[in-house]
Design a protein around this ligand. Sequence first.
Ligand code: ADP
Length: 247
Amino acid sequence: HQPKEFLLAVEALTVSFDGFKAVNDLSFYVEENEIRVIIGPNGAGKTTVLDLICGKTKATSGSIQFRGQELTKLKENQIVQAGVGRKFQTPSIFDDLTVFENLEISYPRGRTVFGSLTFKRDAAVRERVEEVSEMIFLKDRLNVYAAQLSHGQKQWLEIGMLLIQNPDLLMLDEPVAGMSVSERVKTAELLNRIIKDRSVLVIEHDMKFVEDIAHKVTVLHQGQILSEGSMEHVKNDPKVIEVYLGH
Ligand code: ADP
């Protein structure tokens, strides 16, 4: 059975929409400090898998174990508390706030250890904001309004807003969509920096980016795993070639 060091263990997960199984008896395991990429044709069930993990969609059956907690029994906000962060495709940053302010408002409120000593909390928040802004290549843009940022920088800012909450699992839906080549390369660098403290689960269509980041690739098709392993393994798997090119 699965060894202890798995951060996330998805087992026999199924969700039916009016009898249609969008995710069908799916099992996969994500290790600590792993970048896992889910690929697959449109309608394969990729988004639904992330929706199930973050609690946006309720499973029909099966289990999602995260650090020993059963996520299928928790509400969306409890899943965030448990350490799961999810970035959606459309950015939810505040255009009329600065980079600093966007990060500051995302800092978890309950987590201050300084009680009512507001000035000490402010110092802790500032320190963390600066730390995160460096990870997302925006340290010299802290006073810039989010509206002025490039498309890529906005995507990084939103990743930063999740990172400031220190999630153990960060889930990203097509993070490099619409990015330039240099932004894509920097995004790969960003992900490689942040997995020292967490795992990342990514849905991605850009195969160049998948090659750059994936420790392991899970290929979904019709709600089930078609192939799984290294990028090298899955791209040479005849079943994968058939699904992508055979129609
Ligand atoms: P992918 O992200 O791989 O493109 P999705 O997870 O979005 O695929 O969708 C998988 C399948 O489930 C699709 O056929 C989609 O139409 C269906 N589906 C997803 N969510 C719902 C829902 N809330 N109600 C009904 N059908 C859904």
